[in-house]
Design a binder for this molecule. Structure first.
Ligand code: SF4
Ligand code: SF4
Length: 393
């Protein structure tokens, strides 16, 4: 019997599914293993069949209740490829068979080290795309992205990608995007060019996890991140129609045009997705766990609770409400107040992101570029923040 109070039901259509709780890397900045949340130790290393069966039943009930006919499952870890191909296929088959006729779309986030042609074939036959974590050139990235034996992992990954590309177009056809954790030791513009030179045309910058109570690793203040983001944006914007996709930049610019970003890094609505752990626990964005205390506690589990309690039980509307400074900020539409765990001060989230100054400067640089390059007649709404926000620079 559940002891959780029943709040308003909220539809979600996206689950981050932790199929494996272990990883073959030990990245120094990893929010799972090295930022103070040890909950992975007490969960099954690999998702059980019982959890998969129960999850299918919860998805069916949720979709029926909210009139949904499609659902996204993002396969995550640790390192999800440690599940192995046979188990992975069985998990996909079980979920699809037990939730039919709902359309399930699978995506997967991997560190890429275990990829091979057979994995690509599995992704292909299941209409899946995948993302890879890659932080840039080995000589810098490998200070952080280390293997269990203490050696760097990036050259190994680049060699693997070269081999897969040599075998045919499947790697690039199936790969969605690169996830790159920002390292301000690098020049942002040079890093953009490094990704292009290495054949990547879609990548995403993530600011390292940390907040006012638990600073990002190696934190010396926000200035290096501000510099990095401005360098990267300037280089990217100057490429014009040849620019690769960089979601952080694209979404922030669309924010100025009234399009709310779904990116959690830009205050995207966390009510539309939840994390399901290998023991069936339902949580908020797993990065929020690094905040500890009540934010690291599992309050829900698919064996006892429906999926749609997640938003009300974790009080996501209250937690995500922008602080007074953000509400008064001319760039809220673009920045969204930043990523929820980056706003934490040890007791709550009523603050701008710890990266506020970097995000503010980036938004200003974008706004200046948009105003310079877009004819005003393209915009019909004179109250749009594109025109009303002041530029300090
Ligand atoms: S690859 Fe991902 S899950 Fe594994 S240690 Fe690195 S950041 Fe953590
Ligand atoms: S730039 Fe700073 S104050 Fe403005 S919305 Fe972003 S985090 Fe809030």
């Amino acid at each position: 019997m559940s002891t959780v109070a029943r709040g308003a039901a909220q539809a979600l259509d996206w689950i981050v599914l932790k199929v494996v709780q272990r990883c073959n890397l030990n990245c120094t900045y990893c929010y799972v293993y090295n930022r103070g949340d040890d909950s992975w130790k007490s969960r099954p290393p690999i998702i059980t069949d019982a959890v998969v069966d129960q999850l299918a039943a919860r998805i069916v009930a949720h979709c029926a209740r909210h009139g949904l006919n499609a659902f996204v499952i993002e396969l995550h870890g640790g390192e999800p490829l440690l599940l192995g191909k046979r188990r992975m296929q069985r998990l996909i088959d079980t979920l699809r068979a037990r939730t039919a006729p709902i359309t399930l779309r699978f995506i997967l986030q991997t560190n890429g080290l275990l990829l091979d042609q057979e994995w690509l074939a599995l992704f292909d036959r299941n209409a899946m795309s995948f993302g890879i974590s890659l932080d840039g050139p080995p000589e810098v990235a490998d200070r952080f992205r280390i293997q269990r034996n203490g050696r760097g992992s990036t050259q190994k990954l680049l060699d693997k990608i070269r081999t897969l590309r040599a075998a045919g177009p499947d790697f690039d056809r199936l790969m969605g995007s690169i996830l790159c954790v920002v390292n301000p030791a690098l020049h942002g513009g040079k890093l953009v060019q490094w990704f292009i030179d290495n054949g990547f045309d879609a990548f995403e910058f993530l600011l390292p996890d940390g907040n006012y109570a638990n600073y990002p690793q190696g934190w010396t203040g926000v200035a290096p991140y501000r510099r990095f983001l401005l360098e990267a944006f300037d280089a990217w914007y100057a490429l014009g129609s040849h620019a690769p996709q960089i979601r952080l930049f694209e979404m922030m610019m669309l924010g100025f045009m009234g399009i709310k970003s779904p990116l959690d890094a830009l205050g995207g609505d966390l009510r539309r997705l939840c994390v399901v752990e290998s023991d069936g626990s339902i949580g908020i964005s797993d990065v929020v766990r690094m905040c500890g205390g009540e934010f690291a506690n599992d309050k829900l589990n698919i064996f006892r609770h429906p999926l749609d309690l997640h938003a009300s039980v974790y009080q996501l509307s209250q937690l995500q409400r922008p602080c007074a400074q953000c509400q008064a900020c001319p760039h809220l539409a673009s920045c969204g107040g930043g990523y929820l765990p980056h706003r934490f001060d040890g007791s709550g989230f009523d603050h701008p992101s710890i990266y506020c100054q970097a995000l503010y400067a980036l938004a200003e640089r974008m706004l200046r570029a948009i105003r310079r390059d877009l004819p005003p007649t393209l915009l019909s709404d004179p109250t749009c923040s594109l025109w009303t926000a002041d530029l300090a620079e």
